[in-house]
Design a protein around this ligand. Structure first.
Ligand SMILES: Cc1cc2nc3c(=O)[nH]c(=O)nc-3n(C[C@H](O)[C@H](O)[C@H](O)COP(=O)(O)O)c2cc1C
Length: 326
């Protein structure tokens, strides 16, 4: 049984990946997508999305990171995958799940699920361009654009092309992020292909994980938003430990506070001051769903626009390095 951390563009960047993989053991994390259009991308385009490439393709905690590519042109996807493979990421993942209009307008992401032959062509071209024995090639797909009629066909097109692992986000593009995720569809796909299939969608608790495993019949699960809302979820899944919804979990909160401080320090160091507050607010806003203690902190941080005010506030709460408040 393996646990993967999902790619989440605009949410799980390198800073959050570093924290989440330190707080829970993951077998693998996947970066946000690198968008491939008409050009061979420069090194900085890959390193910006996955700075882990400069550290052996791993997060600080040592979790291997796969880099995701999004695009529709087989040749350009192949050329960029070959370039990416030079830096030895833990793997190259192909995105066939993104529902965003701006991405789909350029024939990227989930819209390609109406064209299994394009999925196959991309898979074949990328496979051929990547070195044998090099990074793993995987793909992440939804069940379809508007319906599930071609879900199995899409999965087979990718597996036949030489994709070595498939992550199935068990919803259509039309479903967006609305529950439920249709885990039994993962079982149908897993029966139809000979490569390992990973189930994804709506796993928020240890109970969800158990139901997902039994309904999908697969061993491996990818955690998305649930891992951001509860950074200890993967740890608890491994330990088989479920929490009551209103359990205060004081020990976990004490550890999490420290990591909120580390996250802030890193975000401050990396981003322009005007972009930093939004990142902290975004995470606290999600954490408060699971940690009552995060609610008070969120309410304090919410009105602050200036990063230096947040430095001072966190220092006042004993979170983060005292030097920040100087
Ligand atoms: C903010 C956000 C950004 C996402 N970005 C990506 C992405 O870059 N690539 C991708 O394949 N999926 C992306 N996804 C989809 C997730 O990887 C995952 O499939 C989805 O959230 C379902 O899992 P969950 O219900 O556990 O969150 C994103 C999801 C969210 C919420």
């Amino acid at each position: 049984m393996r646990l993967f951390l999902a790619p989440m563009e605009g949410l799980a960047d390198q800073s959050l990946r570093a924290v989440l993989t330190a707080l829970s053991p993951y077998d693998l994390a996947v970066s946000e997508f690198v968008r491939v259009s008409g050009a061979l991308l420069p090194q900085r385009a890959f390193f910006r999305i996955s700075p882990e490439l400069q550290h052996g393709g791993r997060t600080r905690a040592g979790t291997p990171v796969q880099v995701q590519l999004l695009g529709s042109d087989p040749l350009m996807m192949a050329r960029n995958a070959a370039r990416l493979a030079q830096w030895s990421p833990a793997g190259v993942d192909l995105n066939f799940g993104c529902p965003a209009a701006t991405v789909n307008r350029h024939r990227g992401g989930a819209v390609l699920l109406d064209e299994p032959e394009t999925l196959h062509a991309i898979g074949v071209a990328v496979r051929a361009a990547m070195p044998a024995g090099g990074p793993v090639l995987s793909a992440k797909m939804r069940l379809g654009v508007k319906d599930t009629l071609r879900a199995v066909e899409c999965a087979q097109a990718l597996a036949d092309a030489g994709v070595e692992r498939l992550v199935v986000h068990a919803r259509t593009k039309l479903d967006g992020y609305r529950p439920p995720a249709h885990w039994p569809w993962v079982a149908r796909i897993a029966e139809a292909v000979s490569v390992p299939v990973v189930a994804n969608g709506e796993v928020w608790t240890v109970d969800d994980w158990q139901r997902c495993r039994s309904e999908s019949g697969v061993a491996d699960v990818m955690l998305g938003r649930g891992a951001v809302v509860d950074p200890f979820l993967a740890r608890d899944i491994r330990a088989g430990r479920a929490w009551a919804r209103n359990d205060p979990r004081a020990d976990d909160w004490a550890v999490l506070r420290e990591h909120i401080g580390l996250f802030w320090i890193e975000v401050r160091a990396r981003l322009e001051a005007r972009h930093a507050p939004g990142r902290l607010k975004q995470w606290l806003n999600l954490l408060r769903r699971r940690f009552g203690q995060a609610e008070a902190l969120f309410q304090h941080v919410r009105p602050l626009r200036d990063a230096r005010q947040i430095d001072r506030l966190l220092a006042l709460h004993g979170i983060g390095a005292p030097a920040l408040a100087a």
